[in-house]
Design a protein around this ligand. Structure first.
Ligand SMILES: C[S@@+](CC[C@H](N)C(=O)[O-])C[C@H]1O[C@@H](n2cnc3c(N)ncnc32)[C@H](O)[C@@H]1O
Length: 667
């Protein structure tokens, strides 16, 4: 083993964090709300990385962050492009088309131009023509079955009766759903191929799901017309959260529209909405957009933090200044680090390897056609790449694991990542403004979640720490673990800031607050008054108009555990035992009885704070048929049920799945 190239500046593991929680460490509290319970003192992709080998002018390295809302694309000659998925893919599609047209134009008159003719430093393709005159050539498709990306998007929009963007088409090509035609000229696809794709995909799904789940499935509630960027709009994507509902669903029931299914309006502007299982705060955000006040309650301090950060008012210049300060400090912390150089080297090796063995999009197309045994091929290539990886690890002296293995932070982060996290955390403690500190804590948490030592496919459900390069089924190529947080930190900082601005433009002047507590027992008005007296007074006088909520379901998710990393780093008090229906209690008979009692207790408790003619909407996949009993227990009737197909689940199981929105009223 050769000597490490350089000694890391930051290799010592920090002994800083006492393993204490809650009040014990209040004095040194880093994140505590000024007028509420303490968050305590700390203890200690999703990225897609696509390499695109669409020929010389398109040899872009494209990285798309699916998890963090922001999309990020890179080209050797491009600056980083960040923005929503469609903004970035549109920019890339434009770039490709312009470059392709330029190539087609000049290739008819002169040899291929050198790359210095291109100035691709902006998101739209610009070329600097060479001194010789560039002739104009009209490109005529020779074969009417072949469509350019733009033509394909227009054709598909008419064909399926809803907007299909050029980026949708690029996605289909990228993911091997339809074949890319044309290696040297502009990218084209076959109309027949597209037709087959849509035939097999869309309508078939509706028919087959109705067969499986019942013809009363309300397809309008699938919200299939919304792009991902819309279902994760503005602050909804500040932090990943397993088990959230989409904002369009909340809007549908809260807003004033009516249709064939929703024949009356339930809520008005100025009403107060309660979500006793607030989670990541979707109900609060949508209430705000619709001019309604909202109270959330959640047993998890971290979830309440995320929800409250979504609806908080910020001193944006302060947030920006603090983000800039921390980023600068982190960069100088990394200045002499060999990790950055190591990662660059590793990326180069992976790039070459992937181009050779997993060419895009041919590899995915062949996978989709069943021509390759993915498991075997992936395992074989993993083995082939390992010696290259091990050599670099040795050469740069990379420390893949930490010495201690006690806490989540010890186990799930490489030593280098851990050191950087500790560094940023310490910088965070220096922030004076509490709301600035909290939103930056959320950015740090989002960053650390993306930097856990796991594969892209297992980010939602961790298996075992992964510290080597691996074949990634999500991206169809070899991927690597992360060695520095810098890229994600910067990307999420930027993305969060943009999202706060976007929401700031839409928000109404209304109150929202999420309380940390057990919804079975919490005195909502009393707690609210402690946190925001004006809102508390208003709520007590006006009372709550109704509930829109998705309760946990029995034996499905451990809500504290899914953010174990944040509890470790920030030292929030955990209340796992008070979660209703957690995964760790399973779905035994006893667990189901406990669940029925738990949800009934919540409704009984919340009833005290509602107006007499309240409306309650609960979203659940009630496969054990428990909600009729729950309604009975609390003296309510289920007056309506809306059965909604859930199309874009984060779970690996993409089979037919629906949930029911139960409408309950006082008996
Ligand atoms: C399905 S999630 C809600 C997700 C939310 N609709 C969203 O869009 O983010 C259920 C939430 O209930 C919370 N919870 C579980 N038991 C609770 C209890 N006893 N009191 C209050 N909240 C509880 C969990 O922490 C979790 O955040």
């Amino acid at each position: 083993m050769s000597e490490p190239k350089k000694k890391a500046k930051h290799q010592s593991s920090s002994p800083r964090h006492p393993q204490k929680k809650g009040d014990e460490v209040l004095g040194a509290g880093v994140l505590h709300e000024p007028d509420g319970p303490t968050y305590g003192q700390p203890t200690p992709c999703e990225c897609d990385a696509h390499q695109d080998a669409l020929g010389e002018p398109f040899c872009a390295l494209i990285e798309i962050n699916l998890d963090g809302g922001g999309y990020l694309a890179r080209h050797p000659k491009l600056k980083n492009l960040t923005g929503t998925g469609s903004e970035v893919s549109d920019a890339i599609a434009n770039l490709r088309q312009s470059v392709a047209i330029y190539f087609a134009q000049i290739s008819s008159a002169s040899p291929a131009p050198s790359r210095r003719h291109f100035d691709t430093a902006t998101s739209s393709a610009q070329y600097v023509p060479s001194a010789e005159k560039v002739p104009t050539v009209k490109i005529q498709p020779a074969n009417p079955d072949l469509l350019s990306i733009k033509e394909a998007s227009e054709w598909a929009s008419v064909h399926i009766g809803k907007t299909v963007t050029t980026s949708n088409i690029s996605y289909l090509i990228q993911y091997g759903r339809v074949k890319k035609i044309g290696e040297n000229g502009p990218t084209q696809v076959s109309r027949k191929d597209l037709e087959n794709y849509y035939k097999s995909h869309n309508r078939k799904r509706e028919v087959s799901w109705k067969d499986q789940l019942g013809s009363d499935l309300n397809w309008a509630l699938s919200f299939e017309q919304y792009k991902e960027a819309e279902t994760t709009k503005h602050v909804h994507r500040l932090h990943p959260y397993k088990g959230k509902f989409i904002p369009q669903l909340v809007e549908y029931f809260l807003d004033a529209h009516t249709d064939n299914f929703k024949t009356e309006t339930y809520f008005q502007r100025g009403d107060i909405i309660l979500d006793p299982f607030s989670g990541s705060g979707t109900t609060m955000v949508q209430s705000n957009e619709l001019g309604m006040h909202a109270i959330g309650v959640d047993i998890s301090a971290f979830n309440a933090l995320v929800g409250n950060c979504k609806v908080a008012h910020y001193n944006l210049p302060d947030v920006k200044a603090e983000l800039g300060r921390i980023s600068l400090a982190l960069k100088s912390f990394l200045e002499n680090s060999h990790v950055v150089e190591f990662e660059e080297k590793l990326l180069q090796e992976l790039y070459t390897f992937n181009n050779k063995f997993f060419p895009v999009p041919e590899y995915k197309y062949r996978l989709a056609q069943g021509e390759i045994n993915e498991k075997q091929y992936g395992a074989q290539k993993e083995k082939e790449f390992l010696p290259i990886y091990n050599k670099l690890i040795a050469e740069y002296g990379i420390k893949l694991r930490q010495e201690r293995n006690k806490t989540f932070l010890d186990k799930w982060f490489s030593q280098h990542i851990r050191d950087e996290l500790e560094f940023v955390f310490n910088e965070l403690t220096r922030i004076k403004d509490q709301t600035t500190k909290e939103i930056i804590a959320v950015i740090l948490s989002r960053t650390m979640r993306s930097c856990r030592a796991t594969t892209h496919a297992d980010l939602a459900t961790l298996l075992e720490p992964v510290t080597t390069t691996y074949y990634c089924s999500k991206h169809g190529k070899m991927c690597k673990p992360l060695f520095s947080i810098l890229k994600w930190w910067e990307s999420y900082a930027d993305d969060t800031f943009k999202r706060l601005i976007q929401f700031g433009k839409l928000r109404t002047d209304t109150f929202q607050k999420c309380l940390i507590g057990d919804s079975r027992a919490i005195d909502i008005f009393a707690e609210l008054k402690k946190r925001n007296s004006a809102f508390g007074e208003l709520a007590e006088t006006q009372k709550i108009a109704g509930i829109f909520s998705s309760p946990p379901y029995v034996g499905l998710i451990d809500y504290h555990e899914q953010h174990a990393y944040a509890y470790d780093l920030f030292g929030f008090k955990r209340n796992d035992e008070l979660e209703i229906g957690p995964l760790f209690k399973g779905n035994t008979r006893e667990a189901k009885e406990g669940y029925i009692k738990g949800i009934s207790d919540v409704l009984n408790n919340c009833k005290r704070f509602l107006v007499p003619n309240y409306n309650i909407f609960l979203v659940a996949n009630d496969k054990f048929n428990m909600y009729p009993r729950i309604a009975e227990n609390v003296g309510m009737s289920i007056v309506d049920q809306f059965k909604r197909p859930v199309l874009n689940r984060t779970e690996k199981d993409k089979g037919a799945y629906c949930e029911t929105i139960f409408h309950l009223k006082q008996k």
